[in-house]
Design a binder for this molecule. Structure first.
Ligand SMILES: *Cc1c(COP(=O)(O)O)cnc(C)c1O
Length: 389
C-alpha cells in the first residue's frame, strides 16, 4: 500500500526515545549559537551578562513547570547525568549517616547502574518489584524503608510502558519517614502535571530531548529546604553553585527553558489529542486482533505510549514487516544482545510474548492521518504474520 500524499514514510513513532526539536525552541536558541556567543561565566562585560540573563530566565521557565524556584534548578548534560548526580552524589555525601537506597526494577538503566555503583561502594540497595500493571506497591515500599534508608528513587513515568507511578503517595510516605525522594522525570516533564512541593519531591531529573527540546541538556531540581548537597561528579570551576562544573551552553539552556515554557501552555491540549489517538489506536487494533495485549496499566499512563504484544506472531519478522513505522521493539535491543526487555519481564510478560512486542510512541507532531496509516499497517501486517506462523 502506498502512503497518502500527506504522509512521509517512515512515520516517526518513537517519541519515548527522543522527541523532535520544536521549531519554536530552535528559534529561541539560534541567537545564542550566533551573535550572542558570550561565556555566561564572564562577569565583567555585556557578552557574559546577556548569556547569564538568558540562562537565568530559562531556569525560571523550567522551575515554573514543576512548581519549583529558579534557584533550585541546576543544568546538566541530560537526565543520565542528573540521575547519576542524584544517586551517586547523595549516596557519597550522606552514606556515613544512612547507607541504604531503595529503587525499582523497572527504572532506566542509568538509575539502576548508578545504584549498582553505590552497591560497589558499600551501600545497600533494595530493588522493588512492580505489579503486572507496572506500578510500585506502597505497602511494599513502606516495608522496605528502615532507619538506615537515605534515598528512595522512583521514576515518574516509565519509558517503555508509559505507566505513571503514584508520586504524591510515595512523596508523602518518604516525607513521613524522613527519607529523601528522587524521581527520574525524563518522560514526565511536560506530559503530566508535576508539583515538587505537593508531591514532596526532593530531587528531580529532567531531560531536554524528551520534551521537544535539544539533546545534550537536562537539569536537576534539588529542593532548597532539604539543604541537600550532592557530592559533585565533576571537579572544575565550580559553576552552578559548585554542583556542576563546566561552561554552560546558553543555547542548550535557553532551548530547555523554551521547551518547558511551551509545555506549560500546551500540555493540556497535547494530552487531549493524544488521549483520543491512544483510544482510537488501542480500540481499533484490539477490535481487529482481539488477543493483542496492552502492556502497562490502561488508565495510569501517559497516552503517548502504546506498548503492545501480539501473541502468535513470528517476532523476528514483526519489526521488519512494520518498516514504514519508526517504532521500538520495547527496548529489546538497547544493546547488541537480543535479551527481551527487563521491564516487560518485570511485569510478568513471558519472554516469547515480550519479543513480539512493540512500543509505539506518539506526540506533539503526530497527525490523524499518521495514526490511521499506522493502525492499518499494524492490523494488516500482524494478520499476515499470524497466518504465516
Ligand atoms: C531518556 C531517558 C533518560 C536519559 O536521558 P538523557 O537526557 O538522554 O540522558 C533517563 N531516564 C528516562 C526514563 C529516560 O526516558
Amino acid at each position: 500500500m502506498s502512503a497518502p500524499a500527506n504522509i512521509d514514510l517512515p512515520i516517526y513513532m518513537d517519541y519515548q526515545a527522543t522527541t523532535p526539536l520544536d521549531r519554536r525552541v530552535l528559534d529561541a536558541m539560534i541567537p545564542f549559537l550566533t551573535e550572542k556567543f558570550g561565556n555566561p561565566h564572564s562577569t565583567t562585560h555585556k557578552f557574559g551578562w546577556e548569556a547569564t540573563d538568558a540562562i537565568d530566565r530559562a531556569r525560571g521557565q523550567i522551575a515554573s513547570l514543576i512548581g519549583a524556584e529558579a534557584g533550585e534548578i541546576t543544568f546538566t548534560s541530560g537526565a543520565t547525568e542528573s540521575n547519576n548526580l542524584a544517586i551517586k552524589g547523595i549516596g557519597r555525601a550522606y552514606r556515613k549517616h544512612r547507607n541504604h537506597i531503595i529503587t525499582v526494577v523497572t527504572e532506566h538503566k542509568c538509575v539502576l547502574e548508578s545504584a549498582a555503583a553505590m552497591e560497589h561502594e558499600g551501600m545497600r540497595v533494595t530493588y522493588l518489584p512492580v505489579g503486572s500493571d507496572g506500578l510500585v506497591d506502597l505497602d511494599t515500599l513502606e516495608a522496605a524503608i528502615t532507619d538506615d534508608t537515605l534515598l528512595v528513587s522512583v521514576m515518574a513515568v516509565n519509558n517503555e510502558i508509559g505507566v505513571i507511578q503514584p508520586l504524591a503517595e510515595i512523596g508523602a510516605l518518604c516525607r513521613s519517614k524522613k527519607v529523601f525522594f528522587h524521581t527520574d522525570a525524563a518522560q514526565a516533564v511536560g506530559k503530566i502535571l508535576l508539583d515538587v512541593t505537593a508531591m514532596n519531591i526532593d530531587l528531580m531529573s529532567i531531560s531536554g530531548h524528551k520534551v521537544y527540546g535539544p539533546k545534550g541538556v537536562g537539569a536537576i531540581y534539588v529542593r532548597k529546604q532539604s539543604r541537600l548537597k550532592p557530592e559533585p561528579l565533576l571537579s572544575g570551576g565550580g559553576q552552578e553553585g559548585g554542583l556542576r562544573s563546566g561552561t554552560l551552553s546558553p543555547a542548550l539552556c535557553v532551548g530547555l527553558g523554551e521547551a518547558c515554557a511551551i509545555a506549560s501552555k500546551e500540555m493540556e491540549a497535547d494530552n487531549q489529542r493524544l488521549r483520543d489517538f491512544f483510544q482510537q489506536f488501542v480500540d481499533s487494533v484490539q477490535a481487529a486482533l482481539p488477543n493483542t495485549v496492552l502492556n502497562g496499566d490502561r488508565d495510569r499512563r501517559i497516552p503517548g505510549n502504546i506498548n503492545l504484544s501480539f501473541p502468535d506472531v513470528r517476532s523476528d519478522r514483526l519489526l521488519t514487516s512494520l518498516r514504514d513505522l519508526a517504532v521500538s521493539s520495547s527496548a529489546a535491543c538497547v544493546s547488541a544482545t537480543a535479551e527481551p526487555s527487563y521491564v516487560l519481564r518485570a511485569i510478568g510478560v513471558p519472554d516469547d510474548l515480550a519479543e513480539a512486542s512493540i512500543r509505539i510512541g506518539i506526540g506533539r507532531f503526530t497527525t490523524a492521518a499518521e495514526i490511521d496509516y499506522a493502525i492499518d499497517s499494524i492490523i494488516r501486517n500482524v494478520t499476515k504474520l499470524k497466518e504465516a506462523a
